[in-house]
Design a protein around this ligand. Structure first.
Ligand code: ATP
Length: 234
């Protein structure tokens, strides 16, 4: 029996021609998911519905570049996503960044997907806080030639872009979901989702205080955190 959190023990829903809904835009929601919570899951699923999609891919980062090393291992973060999936069956998982090794650059991931799906509309979903920091991503300007961008509202986060990023976003803004489906890349849509004031940082802080964050994430994920003694005070 493989150890929990061991990447080789897991099954993967990697995006490919066989499991992707034909002709539907390819929608990705990247994150550290340390741990996955209802802020990610409900917002992603609401966005999926508003974008008229059957499926949306959660894309866990292996080695996030602009933040501290995740507390849970790559395999543990993947297993928590798989447990969350039972409550959100329309959210699939693409684990390529966990398997790739090295820094997790979104441009590399998008380039890989582009070579697999050269003429598909690609949608990259990011929360407003992540959008505000987009200019810090490796080769960020290239993102617009690889994907469309869907920026999700997040409580406490107003749009606040560096001037060159603001210019890119302004010139690419569209207001209708249909405009995205017709565009392979290069458009930006601001999408309103119901406010859910949960973050992984809050969950980690609550755990450190010895309290339970159980209303913030699926019960199966909470059980996994307890069973594997994750996020406990050091
Ligand atoms: P942390 O507190 O460590 O920053 P996080 O809760 O923001 O973690 P991440 O995995 O870093 O989670 O986020 C992945 C993506 O999900 C980002 O684009 C982020 O903006 C978005 N996101 C996370 N929580 C929410 C939320 N409550 N509402 C909207 N978007 C969210």
């Amino acid at each position: 029996m493989a150890k929990p959190g061991n990447l080789t023990s897991s099954t993967f829903n990697i995006i490919n021609m066989n499991n992707h809904i034909p002709d539907e835009p390819l929608a990705l929601f990247g994150g550290t998911f340390d741990p996955v919570h209802y802020g990610h899951l409900r917002c992603a699923d609401e966005a999926r519905q508003k974008l008229n999609l059957h499926q949306l891919y959660l894309l866990p980062a292996g080695n996030p570049v602009h933040r501290a090393t995740p507390q849970a291992s790559a395999g543990q973060r993947l297993e928590m996503l798989q447990l969350a999936q039972t409550e959100f069956p329309s959210l699939a998982i693409d684990s390529r960044e966990l398997r790739r090794g090295g820094p997790s650059y979104m441009v590399d991931t998008l380039q890989e997907l582009r070579s697999e799906f050269p003429h598909r509309s690609v949608l990259l979903l990011v929360g407003q806080d992540a959008a505000n920091r987009l200019h810090t991503w490796y080769q960020w300007e290239q993102l617009f030639s690889l994907t469309n961008l869907v920026i999700l509202t997040r409580p406490g986060e107003a749009a606040d872009y560096r001037h060159d990023l603001a210019r890119q976003i302004q010139t690419r803004l569209v207001t209708q979901v249909e405009e995205l489906a017709g565009s392979e890349h290069g458009c930006v849509l601001q999408l309103q989702v119901s406010p859910i004031d949960i973050s992984a940082t809050t969950i980690q802080s609550v755990m450190r205080l010895g309290r339970s964050p159980k209303s913030m994430l699926p019960a199966a994920v909470m059980d996994y955190i307890d069973d594997n003694r994750l996020y406990l005070p050091v």
